[in-house]
Design a binder for this molecule. Structure first.
Ligand SMILES: Nc1ncnc2c1ncn2[C@@H]1O[C@H](COP(=O)(O)OP(=O)(O)OP(=O)(O)O)[C@@H](O)[C@H]1O
Ligand SMILES: [Mg+2]
Length: 306
């Protein structure tokens, strides 16, 4: 196992200039992992030097009107935090620049749950499946969450053993099952792609704990070589709390289209996702799957018209 020093080399470089306070002066190194159109994702530690964390920063967009930019940044940070707090059932730490999840309009502290699925519906339903929120500051546009070990499903499928179709089917079924749980909890993701689903090594109940208190992990998921492992969902910046069949069907459609274009060779197996989704959603799943057919039809008409 890599030592924590290997994982987090002592910082000799100044922190990147894009980091907001307090991270721009923090002794914890921030290593850039991914740069999307809207955000920068760093691996760092939070509160203690041994707690690995993902820091997502949404830098100011100079080309947008400043008022609109602030509003969009605040909306995305809060949407992500609210949904993660609701789904993980865990509160967040206020401190180190972080804040509690408040409704900025009402100035009231907001409990998880709330809008959409009814008070308390789905709270904690995806504990361990989504990262817990550790802190945030919507004015400065950042959120820190639990670090998820492993790789994205996109990477895992690219690196898969082509001969092992059963493993891929199993993975697709696990994804469908988790999306069903998400929808049942009253949340639609808004940006389901194989880059926003992660595969992390399974920690078995028989896993051992080292002297440093770290869990020894088993299973081959997450090392890029296999498709075993637990599913985790990330990137909830476009998530909404909704129990509408239409929203749920569109969520599935987005995943279906993204899957087909990212993994054209595997496209024919997407039915596994939908079958497992139907099982995990129960009665309501059938209605959503029927609705998905309408959404597909509209999608086809739209692309024919251009
Ligand atoms: N909690 C996490 N633990 C480990 N890695 C993460 C975590 N969150 C994100 N990542 C990694 O960073 C990448 C980018 O993160 P994310 O998808 O949240 O950002 P994004 O696509 O740029 O976001 P947005 O579309 O909201 O601008 C992910 O594909 C994943 O590899
Ligand atoms: Mg993403």
């Amino acid at each position: 196992m890599a030592s924590s020093q290997e994982d987090h080399p002592l910082q000799t470089q100044p922190q990147p200039r894009t980091l907001p306070p307090p991270f721009n002066t923090s002794p914890a190194p921030c290593v850039l992992i991914a740069q999307g159109a809207e955000s920068l994702l760093y691996r760092t530690t939070f509160l203690t030097p041994t707690q690995p964390a993902a820091l997502k920063v949404r830098p100011e967009k100079k080309w947008r009107h400043p008022t609109l930019d602030k509003r969009l940044t605040r909306q995305r940070v809060l949407a992500e935090a609210r949904v993660l707090v609701k789904l993980s059932g865990e509160g967040i730490v206020a401190g180190g620049g972080g804040r509690k999840v408040k409704d900025p309009k009402k100035g009231k502290e907001k409990e998880s749950g709330g809008d959409g699925g009814g008070e308390g519906v789905g709270v904690g339903a995806l504990r361990g499946v989504v990262p817990a929120v550790l802190g945030l500051d919507w004015e400065r546009g950042w959120i820190v969450m639990e670090w998820i070990e492993g790789v994205t499903v996109k990477q895992a499928i690219y690196a898969r053993d082509l001969a092992d179709e059963a493993a891929l089917k199993g993975l697709l079924r696990r994804i469908g099952g988790v999306v069903g749980l998400l929808h049942k909890a009253g949340v639609v993701h808004g940006d389901l792609t194989t880059s926003n689903v992660m595969l992390r090594p399974t920690v078995s109940s028989s896993s051992t704990t080292t002297e440093e208190g770290e869990k020894t992990k088993v299973g081959d998921g997450g090392d890029g070589a296999g498709l075993d492992g637990d599913i985790a969902l990330i990137d909830f910046g476009l998530a909404t709390q909704s129990i509408s069949d239409e929203d749920r069907a569109v969520d599935l459609y987005v995943l279906e289209r993204a899957f087909g274009s990212t993994h054209p060779k595997e496209e024919g197996l997407f039915g596994e996702v939908l079958e497992a989704y139907g099982e995990s959603m129960g009665k309501g799943g059938k209605v959503v799957l029927r609705r998905l057919e309408d959404v597909r039809m509209r999608g086809r008409k739209k692309s024919m018209i251009g």
